[in-house]
Ligand binder design. Structure first.
Ligand SMILES: O=C(O)CCC(=O)C(=O)O
Ligand SMILES: [Fe+2]
Length: 281
């Protein structure tokens, strides 16, 4: 399957540790170290572009919509924060997610997500021994749907690294904007975050117009990012492949309810996953 779908001439996923593999990996790692973001262009072969788009468009109506007031840290908006704290800036989250259990197993994005060579490649790109699919039956693989007029507002990710692929481009807008390393494990840098939210981000903000079939690797826990408002008549669809370093990761009940409008018994049993740092989110 992999050889057919992925351009393995360029991205030798099936030749683990070959010279070509190592060449790609070292390039990716250098870019990730510099900006926290790397786009592997034309990762999926062009003949699959329409299938990728259609499979996404078919499930997009299954996205859970909810007008949610959020801030960049995904903490309670009414928290008792200082007046100039960036967590006080509120946004309407206008994107919606299709949960993993609504993505057919034969869809390209599902086959990539669960592919062992793909996982091995992704892990090596991030310098990890291996990655695990989330044990969460809803949030491991999602389709992110941003309809015309909507945006996916500024936020940090809970995951340290994210893998994604646009499956349908909007007519205009829907640009991925990010601020490389604006915070670190040691420092929140609230002043810089505040500047970006207030539109004074200037050189802190980079812009990427992603294209379908490109694979994006991103370290979103330290880089503030958003999808700018989508313009025109076509929704923006992107597949989010979520992996973790530890096995068994399951989302919290409250977050799962917010994102998907439902929880499963496994969420009620698991409680909140433990993380390695104390950053707000
Ligand atoms: O859809 C995208 O390109 C970005 C999605 C994102 O930032 C997220 O799901 O956390
Ligand atoms: Fe994100």
């Amino acid at each position: 399957m992999l050889d057919q779908v992925v351009d393995t001439g360029r991205y030798p996923l099936t030749e683990v540790d070959s010279a070509e593999w190592k060449g790609v990996i070292s390039q990716v790692r250098a870019e990730l170290a510099e900006t926290g973001c790397c786009v592997l262009t034309d990762f999926v072969r062009p003949e699959w572009e329409e299938t990728l788009r259609r499979e996404g468009a078919e499930i997009a109506p299954r996205a859970h919509y909810d007008v949610e007031t959020v801030n960049v840290y995904n903490i309670a908006v009414d928290d008792d924060l200082p007046a100039d704290h960036p967590g006080r800036v509120e946004f309407q989250r206008g994107n919606a997610f299709v949960a993993r259990d609504l993505v057919p197993e034969e869809a390209i994005i599902h086959r990539l997500y669960t592919s062992a060579p793909f996982q091995r490649f992704v892990a090596d790109c991030f310098g990890l021994e291996r990655v695990h699919e989330l044990a969460d039956p809803l949030s491991g693989l999602c389709l992110n749907v941003v309809r015309p007029g909507m945006e996916h507002p500024w936020h940090f990710d809970t995951n340290e690294f994210t893998v994604s692929m646009l499956t349908q481009s909007p007519d205009a807008g829907g640009v991925f904007e990010y601020c490389p390393g604006i915070r670190s494990e040691e420092a929140e840098n609230f002043d810089d975050v505040r500047d970006v939210l207030d539109g004074r981000g200037g050189s802190l903000v980079r812009r990427l117009t992603l294209r379908p079939r490109d694979l994006q690797l991103f370290k979103g826990r330290f880089s503030l990012h958003r999808v700018s408002p989508v313009e025109g008549g076509t929704a923006r669809h992107s597949a989010i492949f979520a992996y973790s370093e530890r096995p068994g990761v399951i989302g919290s009940v409250s977050r799962t309810e917010q994102l998907f409008g439902r929880v499963l018994p496994v969420h009620l049993e698991a409680g909140r996953a433990v993380r390695g740092d104390l950053l707000l989110d």
